[in-house]
Design a protein around this ligand. Structure first.
Ligand code: ADP
Ligand code: GLC
Length: 467
């Protein structure tokens, strides 16, 4: 697998959770998986073992010196070290601005991943994730096409989020030593730009995305971000495989990050979690018997932050409380700060990335809010089910595929009114304590472990290899 993130070493979102967990689940099906990620500045070299000293990458005449490290994980996790490109504060940029050389960074990364397959881990399938790995299929169809090392090698490209495409000026092609011939609509050209995600979409043998509904949605203009035509033309090789979740990390029975543990049989610990969460966020004790809404999210438009902003007053009117954790685009961070200032004692916010707090919110809240504009899969709502925190979600992508009437509340229209409508239904249902607990328990007993998804990927790998 070639990915720009893998938990726990490098994570900004769900992609990391997926790539951190799926390889171990695949082992259960007899598949041997290694993962390649960049060695970012935040990953301490001292915790790694150097396994390949010198892997020079030539992009045209420019040479990039890389070396390969390995981390002590359950599966071989290789890290591409190239300090001038990756030893930086951010993964993709800083203070909301992308690094100007991202096209070079993820070209060197892709070429180094090919090197890992040549020298360290004999590879039959490159499973590439998102635009940062999109050049792997592109190089395999061009510069590496006649290299005997990769004869018969297959590629699978998984789209985790079509909103991020890796778009660069046309001149990028020469910088990363791709031939001009890929600059065509059924290659990597995209409205006058070079698109790295199209490297995957056009050149991979097979495509997948992370839920069946999102696989259909991205073939429509509403969700396709301009790529719906390209995706429709490859519809025959596009599959939706729902993500699983790692219950070793996300189970209230065993979660050591919580102040108390609990289960579907004994929910008492959840009240302790709620009490402490209210205290941590400075919300009043009266809130203990009212619905507490939780949000853990990247603060971007995708996550429905704007309709949430417009619903803030309506939320407070419903005599409910809200805690939110997130970071992202400055304007949305600012909205949350403002809402907390406007409704003190009702809405409380922490800006930042904090895994332990994310767990405490999953456990301490009664309702988990995900009003996403689009959501390829979404993991938080699945964690919420396990934590007995009833999801209120917009019926899109993986949210629609994972939440049912018996386990949560869905709304269809992307508007503050529709969101508030679903919240009204949830707060009314909350009054019926017994009915509410039954709903919690139904969610807690559901199984979204990796097994089913890993089985689907494993079957797809075998189909690709013709075995
Ligand atoms: P996405 O990948 O689009 O951000 P997902 O729901 O698939 O959405 O996954 C998000 C993952 O990132 C979850 O594991 C969630 O707990 C975590 N996460 C998101 N924001 C934060 C944050 N501010 N602090 C800690 N964890 C976060
Ligand atoms: C993306 C999507 C999210 C999905 C995650 C893992 O970041 O936004 O919906 O769950 O990838 O596939």
């Amino acid at each position: 697998m070639v990915s720009s993130e893998a938990a726990p070493l490098a994570k900004t979102g769900g992609l990391a959770d997926v790539v951190g967990a799926l390889p171990s689940a695949l082992r259960g099906f007899g598949d041997d998986v290694a993962v390649v990620i960049p060695r970012y500045g935040s990953i301490d070299l001292k915790s790694l073992r150097r396994v390949f000293d010198s892997l020079p990458i030539y992009l045209g005449l420019t040479r990039y010196d890389t070396s390969i490290y390995q981390a002590a994980e359950e599966f071989p996790l290789y890290l591409v070290d190239c300090p001038p490109l990756f030893d930086r504060k951010g993964f993709y940029g800083e203070t909301g601005v992308d690094y100007p050389d991202n096209h070079i960074r993820f070209a060197v990364f892709a070429r180094a991943a090919l090197g890992v397959a040549r020298y360290l881990f004999r590879t039959e399938i490159f499973h590439c994730h998102d635009w940062q790995a999109g050049l792997v299929p592109a190089y395999l169809r061009t510069a590496a096409a006649t290299d005997p090392t990769y004869l018969g090698v297959r590629t699978l490209f998984t789209i985790h989020n079509l909103g991020y495409q890796g778009l660069f000026p046309k001149t990028a092609l020469a910088d990363v030593a791709l031939p001009a011939s890929v600059y065509r609509p059924d290659g990597m050209e995209f409205f006058g730009h070079v698109s790295y995600v199209k490297g995957g979409i056009s050149f991979a043998d097979w495509l997948s995305t992370v839920s069946p509904t999102y696989a259909r949605e991205i073939q429509t203009p509403e969700f396709g971000f301009g790529l719906d035509g390209a995706l429709r033309s490859r519809a025959g090789v596009l599959t939706g495989i729902l993500n699983g979740v790692d219950y070793r990390e996300w189970s209230p029975e065993t979660d050591t990050l919580l102040p108390a543990r609990y289960s579907a049989e004994d929910l008492s610990g959840k009240r302790v979690c709620k009490e402490q969460l209210l205290r941590e966020f400075g919300l009043p004790a009266e809130a203990l018997d009212r619905p507490l809404l939780g949000v853990v999210s990247r603060f971007t438009r995708q996550k429905g932050t704007d309709i949430l902003a417009h619903a803030a007053g309506g939320i407070v009117d419903r005599d409910v409380y809200l805690v939110a954790l997130g970071s992202g685009e400055p304007e949305y961070e600012e909205f949350f700060r403002r809402a907390a200032a406007e409704y003190p004692g009702r809405i409380a916010v922490k800006i930042g990335f904090d895994n332990a707090l994310a767990h405490r919110i999953e456990a301490g809240a009664d309702v988990f809010l995900m009003p996403s504009q689009y959501e390829p899969c979404g993991l938080n709502q699945i964690y919420s089910l396990k934590y007995g925190t009833v999801p209120v979600v917009r019926a899109t992508g993986g949210l629609d595929d994972t939440i049912e009437e018996s386990t949560g509340f869905k709304f269809i229209e992307y508007s503050p009114e529709a969101l508030l409508g679903a919240l009204t239904a949830a707060t009314q249902a909350y009054q019926d304590r017994q009915g509410w607990q039954e709903m919690m328990r139904r969610g807690m007993r559901q199984d979204f472990s990796w097994k089913a998804s890993a089985a689907a990927y494993s079957a797809l790998y075998r189909q690709l290899l013709g075995v």
